[in-house]
Structure formats: structure tokens, C-alpha cells
Design a binder for this molecule. Sequence first.
Ligand SMILES: [Zn+2]
Length: 195
Amino acid sequence: MTRNRAIKRPNRNETSVLRNKPTAPSRPDPQTLEIVIWPAPVLTQRAQDVGTIDAWLLQVIERMKHLMESHEGVGLAAPQVGLPLRLFVMAEKAKAEQAVAVINPVLELDSQTEEAEEGCLSLPGIRGQIMRAKKITLSGYDVKGEPISMPLEGFPARIAQHENDHLDGVLIISRMAPTARIAIGKKLRELTKLS
Ligand SMILES: [Zn+2]
């Protein structure tokens, strides 16, 4: 559960972090990136802040938008392409040209919650009812390194919370009710065998 953690995340490094820190331990060719499927370890680890927005990162973002659209997703987080970086893309209609990238996001969650069904590109065939905040404020940086802050409500707020969870290594399976997790046990075992 990252709800409290997300609010408490310190943001004192938000500016300097974009200039000084290394971006990632490894920098694979963005064109080779593919969606990774659970139980890949990168999906359950906490991702690192993005240090620098450079040509490589921009290519990664374009690749993520492309993968999101081609898999008919509405959001994709960097750990889902194997990169432990705090970055995600999202678009309500699964269109790459409408997708926005959010770098080093920070979410403030409203106390009012609602439940709805979610799926995940890293958990093919699995869907579950997930409780989320109805309204959030999404802050972070855009691809130019400019600070952004936007209020979101309903579906887009849900997408941002789902993608931000990926950056903390949290998947929908750990947010499902115990009975729902038992019901998807067989599908999870099948995914484990595929990996
Ligand atoms: Zn997901």
C-alpha cells in the first residue's frame, strides 16, 4: 500500500535530482524494450528517481508510448519495460500521440475512494476490483523538465495511481481482496511457468 508513502515522499530533491544523479544503472537500446511480465523482479522493486532528461530517456518515453498503444493500454510505467525509473506514460484512449509522460511523479490523494476494475499489461489475463482515491493531484516533471501539477478525477486519477504504484513495486494483485487473489491463483501460476 503506497497511499501514505506517496504523500509523505520528500520532494526536496525534485529540482536537483533532474540535473545531477545518474539516470539508470543500464541504458539499453530503447527500440529493444518490450513489456515485461510478472513475476519479473523489476516489477516488485522500488524504482529510482530519474536524474537526467536526455536523448536516451526521450527515446525510452517514445518507445513506452508505442508499446502502450500497441498493447491497447492506457498507461505504462518504466519498470514494465524493465527500467527501474520513476517515470510513466498515460493516455485515456490508448493513443500514443495523446499520451503524456510524467517524470518523478508525486501523488496527493483525496480521502474519498471508489472501487473499479483494473487490468495490467504485466499481468495478462488478470483483472480485479481495486480501491483508489477518486481525486488526486499529480505532480512531477514533463519531458522538458518543467514542473507540472494537475488535478485528476475518476478514470485518469485511477490510471495515475495504478502507474505510480508500479514505481513503488506494487501491483494490482497485492491490492485485491484475499478472496479475489485466491480466484486468480491458477492464472498467476500459469504466468510463473511462462517466465
Ligand atoms: Zn500495470
